[in-house]
Design a protein around this ligand. Structure first.
Ligand code: SAM
Length: 208
């Protein structure tokens, strides 16, 4: 039988939040493919490593060349199916070739930390996407937001303020699960005044 490609959720970053079956697949792998940040937290000594950067074509070529003969695991941050590379991998290999192991998403982790359920929430990512955050926040009582180094929390808060949205509480999670994790709770005005750095996710909830 042909080898499958294991696509494994690496969780928010701290190894304590990688589920055991994911660790088992990583231990059994000959080759691991993944972003440097997530690989840095995991013991992958002795394995062949391929780092995902701005080299998506090379990633696909590398996987194509290697997965048939060797056990290959792609480790993606958080959950592979939540704004991760799963859709991209499916385009090249199809679902049948992939064995997806879930991970704890950064936003799921943040919801837990602030003691809120997420079944009644709307989710979006502002990473390189054309998303109308004002419209989303107006229409939804709870919104989970992923960001990137351009769409920072203070910029998103300013966009909301410019649209007249003030009556919201923002829970901002930075570097979640790491030792330097910070969770800041504030109004839209409070968050618009911060200067943020690093990885950020936010939960925006009605009321102040
Ligand atoms: C390409 S998305 C991947 C999301 C991932 N699949 C997940 O389920 O968390 C990357 C974004 O996730 C968020 N993120 C990932 N890890 C994080 C962490 N440890 N702390 C805060 N935000 C994080 C940030 O908004 C970051 O820009």
């Amino acid at each position: 039988m042909m080898n499958k490609i294991y696509v494994v959720g690496g969780g928010p970053g701290n190894i304590d939040y990688i589920i055991p079956i994911a660790m088992k697949k990583i231990k059994e792998a000959d080759i691991v493919v993944g972003g440097k940040r997530i690989l840095d937290s995991i013991d992958i000594k002795g394995k062949e490593i391929f780092i995902i950067k701005n080299n998506l074509n090379d990633v696909i070529e590398f996987i194509k060349k290697n997965y048939i003969d060797k056990k290959l695991v792609v480790i993606l941050s958080g959950d592979p199916g939540f704004y991760g590379m799963l859709e991209y991998l499916k385009r090249y290999f199809g679902k049948e070739m992939l064995d997806v192991i879930p991970g704890i998403s950064s936003i799921q982790y943040l919801f837990s930390k602030i003691g809120e359920s997420w079944n009644d929430s709307f989710f979006c990512s502002l990473h390189g996407r054309d998303v109308d955050i004002v419209d989303i926040v107006k229409k939804n009582r709870k919104v989970g937001v992923l960001m990137d180094n351009k769409m920072k929390p203070e910029i998103v808060a300013q966009i909301l303020l410019d649209a007249g949205i003030k009556e919201k509480t923002i829970y901002l999670g930075q570097d979640l699960s790491y030792e330097n994790e910070k969770i800041i709770v504030g109004t839209v005005i409070d968050i618009s005044k911060i200067t943020s750095d690093g990885l950020s996710a936010m939960v925006i909830i009605d009321g102040v």
